[in-house]
Design a binder for this molecule. Sequence first.
Ligand code: NAD
Length: 261
Amino acid sequence: MPYTNKVVIITGGSKGIGEGCVRVFVSAGARVVFCARTEADGNALVAEVNALGPGEAHFIRCDVSRTGEIRNLIDTALARYGQLDCLINNAGWHPPHLPIDDFSVNEFRDLLDLNLVSIFAACKFALPHLRRTRGNIINLSSLVGSMGQLHATTYVATKGAITAFTKSLAIDEAEHGVRVNSVSPGNIYTPLWQEAIDAASDPEACRTQGEDAQLLGRMGTIEEVGKLCLFLASEATFTTGVDHIISGGAELGYGPKSRRQ
Ligand code: NAD
């Protein structure tokens, strides 16, 4: 088992990409502590993955927009397992697509708190423990953080900042033996993507468009992202400060882009 008895904290692990990470790390033998804002989904996933093993999962309720709750998440994981080997900062949200005119300044501030400041806080509180194990951090950024996206200025700004923050933290933490990387998914089929499909005027067309955006002709799965994170945590020991795109080739080549009227 590639990650037996290693201790991993995953934010936002009750569904989507975070759930994929919980499943993959437990199957690799890790002891996983994950959080979300509501207990029901988290506890159901704990029961399911603990029955499969060989690792185990433990759920803690935590809203990552609240700094005190992030500190409690880290402290509780340490009290339970006595060490920390990997922190995966996954929790985040993509608001509905709107032009800049329709986002308020306060909405942008709230999104910065949720998507970016939460990662700064989790890294800050986890690092004293990660330095002891020469562990690693994986931050979920996004492909659109480097290529932009229509009507998503606030989200794209938070993700571009995560990629930049990751590189800077990797420089600082190298002297402590802590590696810091980011993962930038393209279209991964998750409840967040289903939200976008449900909100579209033509849901089927929206799903097909999402699938056709990749050279590989489909969206990625949550397990595929989990496996990349496991590789970064357990095998990629000479890799730090790198943004890892997992996109099915979505960013390659020319496509129809003009929106001229
Ligand atoms: P999702 O909405 O399907 O799941 C998000 C998870 O985060 C859930 O477990 C949710 O409970 C949790 N969460 C949300 N807000 C939280 C909060 N305030 N406190 C604690 N937990 C919270 O989302 P997803 O699609 O799995 O996305 C996960 C990450 O990957 C996000 O950071 C997202 O920006 C990024 N991402 C996703 C895609 C994609 O195509 N799905 C693409 C690029 C980047």
